[in-house]
Design a protein around this ligand. Structure first.
Ligand code: PMP
Length: 446
């Protein structure tokens, strides 16, 4: 597998400044723009996302912060509105019509999300507030029940804080030991490190599917197989993978898979944990309250069947309904079509960003998504982001909840442009023009 240097410090002259004429707004609206293969009607897809046609600071919005949160199509917005206007009631407990409709919408969403995860058993989908809560659920419920002092959990140095801090808290409670797989200079996991770190005491390997900073797509099947061979369970953080690929959890072979709605065209505050049913059956409840019980006496209670055992209290019903519609929307677009458009964007962006002198791109060239972390000369990433924002370009700057990874590269922050299937090739030009402007504003690059 080809691998570029971790820091791609390009040597070629940029030409970006010369071509940095400010595009007319109409040019940037992508009207009538179709993808290279012609089958993907980008203008039609973009028209389904109302926010994409707004202006920011007098410029058409170029939304390149999709790794943080994606936008929602009309279909999702309309479904949530219909639920709120016409069907709102509490789920599971009423016999009246509205409650029946709300319950059908809620459980229908579970089917859609299960299908997105590639499972035929909707009971294996537990709705949570997002990836963060899904990982916390496993760390609290499974971790407190099955992990003891001296047990080991193998993580990696590229984990989002959401797949690190819950395990640190578990280590504080139980005395278990956390071990960390290294990241190569090229931005990949050092797979040999797994073999060094996996041992008799390893109980769990928890690892991200796709890095939110580097874009690296990790070989989860191989990682899962190595973990299982050592007798450990596996948790995959799918927050950055589920938006881009219909996840076949069976193919990954993992035991737990966590993902968020708001990164895959759905609402915020909702996500899912997929887990093998037998694991969910043997895990104790995560939180206590209504909905998660079967029978309650003053002396004690018994639990509802999975997945309800893990869904205490009134859930985020409208969020779940929107999540389900987002999963259906992605399924209708088709994962191959999404992947092919994103792949074209990724290759074009890699080439264009690679031409900019002084721009250092982090992460591998192959086996990656269209998430680009970079530094540009000695311009602070926050300054870069501010300048780009003045041109209507939304990117992220900071540590991206990856502080240990930033430390690994000796950085405090990077700028991050992250693309989704509704982004256009023209927005790559707009980004490059914005970077050229930043170079002008900040003078000579280091
Ligand atoms: N893991 C990864 C890899 C992420 O990118 C994110 C979101 N940035 C999370 C976990 C946390 O997701 P959420 O905030 O939706 O819980």
């Amino acid at each position: 597998m080809a691998e570029t240097a971790g820091m791609t410090d390009t040597k070629r002259a940029t030409g970006v400044l010369a071509s940095s004429g400010h595009p007319e707004a109409a040019d940037r609206r992508d009207a009538g723009e179709a993808s290279a293969d012609g089958a993907w009607d980008l203008a039609e897809i973009r028209a389904q996302f109302p926010v994409l046609s707004r202006e920011v600071n007098g410029h058409p919005l170029a939304y390149l912060d999709n790794a943080a949160s994606s936008q929602q199509p009309l279909r999702v917005l309309n479904r949530v509105e219909r639920y709120l206007r016409q069907q709102h009631a509490n789920v599971h407990r009423g016999v009246h019509q509205l409650s029946a409709e709300a319950t059908a919408a809620y459980e229908g969403a579970r089917h859609a999300v299960a299908s997105h995860a590639g499972t035929t058993d909707p009971a294996e989908i537990v709705f949570t507030r997002g990836t963060t809560e899904a990982v916390n659920l496993v760390a609290s419920s499974w971790g407190d029940a099955f992990i003891g002092a001296g047990d080991e959990i193998v993580l990696t140095k590229m984990e989002h804080h959401s797949n690190l801090v819950p395990w640190q808290l578990l280590a504080g409670r139980t005395g278990c030991v956390l071990r960390f797989v290294d990241v190569t200079p090229g931005g990949r996991l050092d797979l040999d490190d797994f073999d060094r770190l996996l041992g008799k005491r390893t109980r769990l390997v928890a690892c991200t599917h796709v890095s939110n900073s580097l874009g690296t797509v990790n070989p989860v099947r191989e990682i899962v197989d190595r973990a299982h061979a050592a007798g450990a369970l596996t948790l995959i953080d799918g927050a950055q993978a589920a938006p881009h690929m219909l996840t076949d959890v069976a193919k990954t072979g993992c035991d737990f898979y966590a993902f968020s709605s708001h990164k895959m065209c759905g609402p915020t505050g909702v996500g899912a944990l997929w887990a093998r049913r037998e694991l969910l059956e043997e895990m104790p409840p995560y939180q206590g309250g209504g909905e998660m019980i079967s029978d309650v006496k003053l002396e004690g209670s018994s639990w509802a069947r999975v997945p309800h055992k893990f869904e205490a209290g009134t859930p985020n019903i409208s969020g779940v309904v929107g999540f389900g519609e987002a999963a259906r929307f992605l399924a209708d677009l088709g994962s191959e079509a999404i992947a092919s458009h994103e792949d074209a964007l990724k290759c074009a962006a890699l080439d264009r960003l690679g031409e900019i002198e002084g721009l250092r791109l982090y992460g591998p060239r192959e086996e990656r998504t269209a998430v680009f972390s970079f530094t540009y000369g000695d311009i602070h990433p926050h300054d870069l982001s501010t300048i780009l924002d003045q041109r209507g370009i939304a990117i992220r700057a900071g540590h991206h909840c990856n502080q240990p990874l930033m430390d690994h590269y000796g950085l405090s922050a990077t700028a991050r442009a992250s693309f989704y299937f509704y982004n256009s090739p023209r927005e790559i030009d707009v980004l490059c023009d914005g970077l050229a402007l930043a170079a002008e504003v900040f003078g000579g690059l280091a």
